[in-house]
Design a protein around this ligand. Structure first.
Ligand code: NG6
Ligand code: CA
Length: 505
């Protein structure tokens, strides 16, 4: 009998110690698998947030994260437009390696190869649930999409377990939400037809029916009219499925919050791709007038509020200490991007690009240098880093965070820098704008000669086209005013050689 009791005690002790051991394992596993959220703005410039020097626009929620985390002053999108930047962000591959990575129409096929590795695919292998909420703009289907059936391949075929997206941009048809490949609220009796070539008979357009418009087009944007806003591309049908532009931010926020609540008990990756401040700028009524800067400022205030609410949800669910948040923008700012929306008239003293030259579409700094910060409550000590980092580097760095051995050639593993433990950045990188490329190395920026207008007059942005090489020392000349190509031929040559070594000649 005594023997039996001894045996029982030993069993209990063994069981208890096993439990203890299991707990330790779980804790270290938990540590290796924090939730990861990438919040990605659309066309938000370097000077747009208080934390980046904006004085005329109030962005308290984003400032709180930027100032409470690691704020990068040399953080870059890979491209000065959306599709290429998003491609590089998700794949860790330079966008100029893929000829299809240019601004896509709403009917373009998916440009990420379904065999290619992506951040969500890599994270899935490490046990993550993965979701995207918001703007996609990487193409859908394989050509000739039927919008009335399941649309595939798309985000779900390149690594996302869950997707709830707008296909291209807010100014392009189809103007409907797509959840896991299905158009939301589609009425089978009112099928959707989309064309970027010609209008459907009898359908009004911005060009022919100005009387139907609540927002006027400035350049482009004069095809189908949805909610009184003329768009790029032609659309017929799908009446019940059409989004309400003013509700879009609330719609995506609710879904992002819902995603967090649903997946709080497993490691998750959420790519929350905001649609602001891309055109058409359509703030919800409660934000109208909030910035004093017209719709462009109002939607930035709106986006800031959405991020604040999203963070509140993470906090309420007890996830803030176990979630790495990365915030950035897909390209630099543009004020007039094709609609008369008072953005120029009401800009006042606000400088969307801060001290940087150029903007969206430009090879000058403002095209690609964007707000970029990481936030992780209790893990990242607040600080400012001058390290040069690219969105390209998130692939390898997030892989290192979750102990995945995956990486890509183009993506540098800079996890310690993203976590604020190191000030090391990448030494050099190629930047892209509308199929042209330029180079940054150390403190220097070099832009090769390109044909084409120096300024895109419609958007009033300097594109950096020139018949000679441009060379700037950004440490001394952040606004790129002094071209040193002639006075410093050795540096120019060094830059050209290093650039060509990556880019090919
Ligand atoms: C341009 C559009 C612009 C915007 C941009 C894409 C015209 C004249 N201009 O072609 O309004 O939609 O494409 O922006 O149509 S991005 O941020 O998605 O790259
Ligand atoms: Ca964009």
């Amino acid at each position: 009998m005594r023997k039996f009791y001894c045996y029982l005690t030993a069993c209990i002790l063994l069981f208890a110690s096993c439990k203890e051991e299991q707990k330790t394992v779980e804790t270290s596993e938990e540590k290796a698998k924090p939730n990861i959220v990438i919040i990605y703005a659309d066309d938000l410039g370097y000077g747009e947030l208080g934390a980046y020097g904006a004085t005329e626009l109030k962005t308290p929620n984003l400032d709180k994260l930027a100032n409470g985390g690691m704020r990068f002053t040399n953080g870059y999108a890979t491209s000065a437009t959306c599709t290429p930047s998003r491609y590089a962000l998700l794949t860790g591959v330079y966008p100029w390696r893929n000829k299809s990575a240019k601004i896509l129409p709403g009917t373009a096929p998916l440009i990420i190869d379904t065999a290619q590795t992506t951040i969500p695919k890599m994270l899935k292998k490490q046990g993550y649930h993965t979701g995207i909420v918001g703007k996609w703009h990487l193409g859908l289907g394989s050509g000739n999409v039927n919008w009335n059936e399941r649309i595939s391949p798309g985000p779900n075929e390149v690594g996302f377990d869950y997707s709830h997206i707008l296909a291209a941009t807010q100014d392009r048809v189809p103007t409907v939400y797509i959840e896991d490949g299905h158009v939301v609220n589609l009425d089978p009796n009112d099928p959707i037809e989309i064309s970027y070539k010609e209008n459907f008979e009898g359908e009004p357009t911005g060009l022919e029916n100005p009387e139907l418009l609540k927002m006027k087009w400035h350049h482009g944007h004069n095809n189908s009219i949805v909610n009184g806003i003329p768009r790029i591309g032609f659309m017929k049908g799908g009446e019940a499925a059409k989004w309400v532009d003013e509700d879009m931010a609330d719609y995506f926020l609710a879904d992002a919050q819902d995603y967090v609540k649903k997946h709080k008990d497993e490691p998750f990756f959420l790519y929350y791709a905001l649609q602001q401040p891309h055109v058409p700028r359509t703030p919800h009524a409660r934000f109208v007038g909030s910035s004093g800067m017209g719709p462009r400022g109002d939607v930035i205030v709106e986006a800031d509020w959405m991020v604040g609410e999203f963070i509140k949800t993470l906090e309420a669910e007890g996830l803030l200490e176990n979630t790495l948040i990365v915030f950035s923008s897909d390209n630099g700012p543009v004020v007039n991007d094709g609609y008369y929306d008072d953005s120029e008239e009401k800009l006042g003293n606000h400088k969307p690009a801060g001290a940087l030259r150029g903007g969206k579409y430009s090879l000058f700094e403002a095209g690609t240098r964007v707000p970029f910060f990481t936030y992780w409550k209790g893990k990242i000590s607040p600080g400012v880093s001058d390290a040069m980092v690219s969105q390209l580097d998130l692939f390898s760095s997030l892989a290192a965070l979750v102990e995945s051995s995956e990486s890509t050639n183009d993506s540098k593993e800079l996890l310690d820098s993203f976590l604020g433990k190191s000030n090391a950045g990448r030494d050099e990188m190629v930047i892209e704008a509308t199929s042209r490329t330029a180079f940054r190395k150390g403190d220097w920026a070099m832009i090769p000669p390109y044909e084409g207008p120096a300024i895109n007059k419609q958007v009033n942005i300097e594109l950096a086209n020139s018949d000679e090489y441009l060379l700037y020392n950004l440490k001394e000349d952040i606004s790129q005013q002094n071209n040193l190509a002639k006075s410093n031929p050795e540096k120019l040559q060094e830059m050209i050689s290093a650039y060509e070594a990556i880019r090919g000649t």
